[in-house]
Design a protein around this ligand. Structure first.
Ligand SMILES: NC(=O)c1ccc[n+]([C@@H]2O[C@H](COP(=O)([O-])OP(=O)(O)OC[C@H]3O[C@@H](n4cnc5c(N)ncnc54)[C@H](OP(=O)(O)O)[C@@H]3O)[C@@H](O)[C@H]2O)c1
Length: 152
């Protein structure tokens, strides 16, 4: 099935992990192409700085500083999108953590954290995205998940 998406310039895009790396690059490119963005990460100072940079270049950006692994985080993010832009069209999951080490060097809690942030938070974002009013019209919404839920 081919999704028919709204033009980027008409979209509101939630981007988790937007303070750095792939999420930040995605946010900058989305705004450059005319989309409004909701920037999500834990570091509020970094997000505020990025948002003001985007807004001063005539972009539209809002910030939600939250740990995506927290209970209810996806709902809070959606509420910011709703309050600022009247909802959202696309949800991009770039927030991620990874561990480096052999399987016995990495503790169980760290393994769990990788799955909480990289998998379960992504799943929560997908579910909130699917439940959002915009998602009712299949041509208006997509949910992407570029992160890899595994460490090495
Ligand atoms: N870079 C690559 O070439 C590449 C290639 C293939 C796959 N990947 C995968 O893509 C993912 C992102 O990579 P990246 O290079 O963009 O990583 P990165 O630069 O470390 O960025 C991670 C982002 O996620 C946010 N984040 C981390 N934990 C969070 C949490 N609990 N709640 C909310 N935000 C959180 C970080 O911000 P805060 O710390 O402020 O929360 C940051 O904005 C990773 O899974 C990586 O393995 C990367």
């Amino acid at each position: 099935m081919h999704a028919r998406l709204k033009p980027l310039s008409e979209q509101v895009i939630v981007i988790t992990g937007a303070s750095s790396g792939i999420g930040l690059a995605t946010a900058r490119e989305a705004v450059r192409r005319g989309a409004a963005v909701v920037l999500v990460a834990r570091n509020r100072l970094a997000l505020d700085k990025i948002a003001s940079e985007l807004v001063s270049a005539s972009g539209r950006a809002a910030v939600c500083a939250v740990d995506v692994a927290e209970e209810g985080a996806a709902t809070r993010i959606a509420a910011v999108a709703q309050a600022t832009f009247g909802g959202f069209d696309t949800w991009v999951n770039c927030a991620a953590v990874s561990d480096y080490g052999t399987i016995e060097q990495i503790g169980l809690a760290e393994h769990r954290r990788v799955f909480e942030v990289d998998y379960f938070a992504m799943l929560a974002g997908c579910l909130v995205g699917l439940a959002a009013p915009a998602a009712a019209a299949a041509e208006r919404s997509s949910t992407l998940a570029p992160s890899c839920p595994t460490g090495r």
